[in-house]
Design a protein around this ligand. Structure first.
Ligand code: SAM
Ligand code: SF4
Length: 463
């Protein structure tokens, strides 16, 4: 696979056992606390740690690094599945075209608008448009995704609108990515699934996705088309998580070298059972909860300024633990079937995989507040053109945290006033007051101004 030196990764992993000692480990964790990114060798050493008390030290360091860069905010979003038709036969995914048990559906533009309205009525402001590799008859994939993005941005609920649409779709050409950029997308996400060539070939037997390098190159095409915020990811559970983590970081290093900036986000999907398939049950590489927590924290230390996205694949208790370990964005109240929000479907027959967190947005917001995290509906960076390198230049000297906190508090206040249940509203208002009182004078003044305007009915403030 392009950019991935499998031999080097294997040597790094083998040698990491020998290099693992208390002094080296303390030095790595100290470097992380200085918010410096780690080398592949240092990451390999952390990945070889198994002793519970040392793992606990890694967790604590990740929590401190996340707090230093992003503060207490956790950004919320919802996926919007537009189609479950697909030209590929990924062995792990229910959308694979050979799965006869799945009910197929591609949403019309009107249905996409209805789904968006449902999400707006819950209080969502960020959507990830997602679908299989296909398009309804007479359209190309880019026609379909472009119209979907425009449709989502066009829906209003009172003064509420979706403020950022991200897209997760199969590889496109530079020209096609330009169309997505023009439609106003935030991040383009594409997960390599596995960076291990033999595993990649085994789990992608048919369809355009067979070509692993085409997938790697797609990320370059997105950058070349001017999409500054690109998201990468591994489907954890397909192959050894240590190998995958180092390989993804190798990919990130290659992107940084070529484009001067790495990905905006890393997603950490973990393999889930899928309707009609027995791949999950028969897969030997599934990660334990402990290893998954370890990998999340190590990624936070390895690339401290990159957002980490967690989905509703995880159970509520697992998600609660991961919020504290460096996750900066999380999906809530998700459905993985096209039309799932409007129909209220439980993702039984037409969903991509089995969800583990069925809580409402209000419940997720309440649970974050209870743990002292600030749920955020902010989309300011993208709207202020703080993307790509410009974002990293602000994040590195620690300047993004102040903006994140103000925007998190303002968007939370708007959510609480318009959508929250009484108990969440009360707890949220207490958290806002407490957090505000800990900020510097000028941030407090900005916030007071915003809150007065919210009181008067104005919405959509941000810095
Ligand atoms: N079809 C496009 C593709 O494959 O890139 C985009 C959409 S696909 C629905 C989004 C992601 O879902 C995939 O990249 C994969 O990582 C994830 N996925 C597929 N099957 C899964 C499963 N059984 N459990 C967890 N995640 C899964
Ligand atoms: Fe299709 Fe993507 Fe599912 Fe593979 S992971 S079957 S490409 S939707």
């Amino acid at each position: 696979m392009m950019y991935i030196d499998e031999r080097k990764i294997e040597v790094l992993l083998k040698e990491s056992q020998l290099k693992l000692n208390k002094k080296r480990l303390d030095a790595i964790l100290e470097k992380s606390l200085q918010l410096q990114r780690l080398s592949l060798e240092e990451v390999a050493i952390l990945l070889s740690v198994d002793e519970p008390d040392v793992v606990e030290k890694i967790f604590q360091t990740a929590a401190r690094v996340k707090d230093a860069i992003y503060g207490k905010r956790v950004v919320l979003f919802a996926p919007l599945y537009i189609s479950n038709f697909c030209a590929n036969s990924c062995l792990y995914c229910a959308f694979n075209f050979e799965n006869r048990l799945l009910e197929r559906k591609a949403l019309t533009i009107d249905e996409i608008k209805e789904e968006t309205l449902c999400l707006l009525q819950q209080g969502h402001k960020r959507i990830l448009v997602i679908g299989g590799e296909s398009a309804p008859e007479g359209q190309t994939a880019i026609d379909y995704f472009e119209s979907a993005v425009k449709a989502v941005y066009g829906v209003s609920f009172g003064s509420h609108k979706i403020r950022r649409v991200n897209v997760n779709c199969a590889p496109l050409s530079v020209e096609e990515f330009r169309r997505l950029k023009k439609a106003g997308i935030g991040t383009y996400q594409l997960f390599q699934e596995t960076y291990h060539e033999a595993t990649y070939q085994r789990v992608h037997p048919k369809g355009p996705k067979k070509d692993a390098d085409n997938r790697l190159v797609a990320v370059n095409h997105a950058f070349e088309a001017g999409i500054d915020d690109v998201g990468v990811g591994v489907l954890y559970g397909l192959y050894d998580f240590r190998f995958e983590t180092l390989a993804m970081l190798m990919h990130i290093e290659a992107l940084e070298k070529k484009f001067n900036v790495g990905p905006h986000t890393i997603s950490i999907p973990r393999l889930e059972p899928a309707v009609g398939l027995d791949f999950y049950e028969n897969n030997p590489n599934r990660l334990s909860d402990m290893d998954f927590m370890k990998v999340t924290s190590i990624l936070r230390l390895a690339v401290p300024y990159t957002g980490i996205i967690l989905s509703t694949r995880e159970t509520p208790s697992m998600r609660d633990k991961l919020f504290g370990l460096g996750v900066s964005q999380v999906s809530a109240a998700s459905k993985t079937s096209p039309g799932g929000y409007t129909s209220g479907s439980k993702d039984a027959k037409d969903g991509q995989f089995v969800l583990s967190d069925h809580r409402s947005l209000d419940e997720v917001v309440g649970s974050l507040i209870d743990k002292d995290f600030i749920p955020s509906f902010c989309a300011a960076c993208y709207r202020k053109e703080r993307t790509g390198e410009a974002f990293m230049n602000l994040a590195k000297p620690g300047e993004i945290k102040g903006k994140c906190t103000i925007n998190a508090l303002v968007t939370l206040k708007e959510y609480l006033d318009d959508f929250a249940s009484q108990s969440v509203k009360e707890a949220g208002c207490r958290l806002i007051e407490k957090t505000k009182s800990e900020l510097d004078k000028s941030s407090q003044e900005i916030l007071s101004g915003f809150f007065e305007n919210i009181q008067k009915g104005s919405r959509d403030a941000y810095v």
